[in-house]
Ligand binder design. Structure first.
Ligand SMILES: Cc1ncc(COP(=O)(O)O)c(C=O)c1O
Length: 418
């Protein structure tokens, strides 16, 4: 084989469509979560006969001739052009996420906040109004009030779960209703179907940040919501080793959001795309353990004499219990609790005494993490501001990983009893 024949043979090998989900990708037949997570969006035959998708370390994607450029621009061909507008591996993971969320399409971003801000910047303009449930992720609310507020967007916050207040705040300028479910750190759940119905009846689009739930535990789109958002940094990636975000929803609505991403440059890196794809393949297995650890630890804490309050939607004492059992199939690995009669220092002593969870923000990875919200995220707030957020001095948040359940219970027991 001479050099020219070798190059031609190599070119033939790359003829598989690595960008668009190929006809032989199985996403349409796939139903069950783990099968979708492993196979959706993936071509059956891949470059070099590899079973995994390659990491495309390429900032640009070339064309065979001028006609190929024109075909691409006239949208006769789905393919990559320049890295800021997307890359081949990304499309595979977007198809997985869209299928998992039961949506037409999904767009990936460099972080959860990149996803949120692209959506808000696309949907809102001066004079528009947005309404939040007030336990929604605080950085999302901050972006709206502080940054979009300067550009003439008006934000309203209503108490989480107060559907009448939400509906009363709607007027002719309202463009978006936004909520998280469950919320962080209080694990409040909102009635997603009712929230979606309010949006539809008033012709306002609805967004649920389902980061804490994942598609394993909650399907907001099946319940009528327009867009579902995830910080893929958390459970979807699952290994505390990447930052990413996604929005799933109608293809037509996502197209301009994708364009905003191209303008902002908040595209996911090829390496993170690979890590996310790899993490997603074990999503259901990992979520089973996160759900088990969450429930067992919540029950253990509830019965511990040093604990005065536990926030976990899977236990009956939580105000969202009924709703959560109705609309969710598991409750995740995040548990918040309060140490009885403890000041902030005595509470910090409990945090410092645990041996398995590491002290740190975030959640959803294999490794358990623990934090005292007062110190970790709300240290610079005044006591009044913390009270308004419902953050108490004796509050601890534990993001359970996938370690052995008994080991985690024993560890918390020694930290509380020691
Ligand atoms: C519920 C929720 N939404 C969005 C985000 C933002 O995600 P990221 O940190 O990936 O930007 C976070 C991060 O903590 C979160 O907890």
């Amino acid at each position: 084989m001479n050099q020219l024949q070798r190059i031609t043979a190599l070119k033939d090998q790359t003829e598989f469509s690595l960008y668009a989900p190929t006809q032989d990708s199985q996403q349409t037949e796939l139903q069950n979560l783990s099968t979708v997570a492993v196979h959706a969006g993936e071509a059956r035959e891949k470059y070099g006969s590899a079973i995994t998708d390659p990491i495309f370390c390429s900032s640009t994607f070339t064309f065979t001739d001028t006609q190929a450029v024109i075909d691409y621009i006239e949208q006769k061909q789905t393919r990559a052009e320049y890295g800021r507008y997307g890359s081949p591996g990304e499309k595979v993971v977007e198809t997985k996420l869209a299928t998992l969320d039961g949506a037409e399409d999904a767009v990936l971003f460099s972080s959860g906040m990149a996803a949120v801000t692209a959506l808000l910047l696309t949907k809102l303009q001066s004079g528009d109004e947005v309404i939040f449930f007030d336990e929604c992720y605080h950085r999302t609310r901050q972006f709206c009030t502080e940054r979009l507020g300067r550009l003439g967007v008006i934000s309203h916050q209503v108490p989480t779960g107060d559907y009448h207040a939400m509906e009363e705040a709607i007027n002719g300028n309202t463009r978006l209703l936004i909520s998280e479910s469950p919320t962080n750190p209080h694990l409040s759940c909102i009635d997603v179907a009712r929230f979606a119905e309010i949006g539809h009846r008033n012709d306002v689009e609805t967004v649920i940040d389902a980061t804490l739930a994942t598609p394993c535990n909650l399907k907001p789109i099946d319940l009528g919501v327009d867009y579902v958002l995830h910080s893929a940094t958390k459970y979807l990636g699952g290994h505390n080793d990447l930052l990413a975000g996604s929005i799933a929803g109608p293809a037509e609505g996502l197209a301009p959001i994708r364009k905003t991403r191209g303008l902002l440059g908040s595209v996911i890196s090829p390496h993170c795309t690979y890590l996310l794809s790899r993490g997603l393949k074990t999503l259901e297995l990992r979520m089973d353990r996160h759900n088990q650890n969450g429930l067992e630890i919540a029950r253990f804490l509830e019965n511990h004499p040093r604990i005065s309050r536990v926030f976990y939607p899977g236990i009956e004492s939580h105000p969202s219990y009924r709703l959560a059992t109705k609309q969710m199939s598991g409750f995740g690995g995040l548990v918040t609790f309060e140490v009885a009669n403890a000041d902030w220092r005595q509470t910090a002593d409990v945090v410092d005494a645990v041996k398995i969870p590491r002290i740190g923000p975030s959640l959803g990875g294999a490794e358990s993490l623990i934090e005292q919200p007062l110190v970790m995220s709300y240290y610079e707030c005044t006591a009044e501001q913390r009270a308004a957020f419902g953050i108490t001095d004796n509050m601890i948040r534990i993001a359970l990983g996938i370690e052995n359940t008994t080991d985690l219970v024993d560890d918390l027991a020694q930290a509380l009893d020691g």
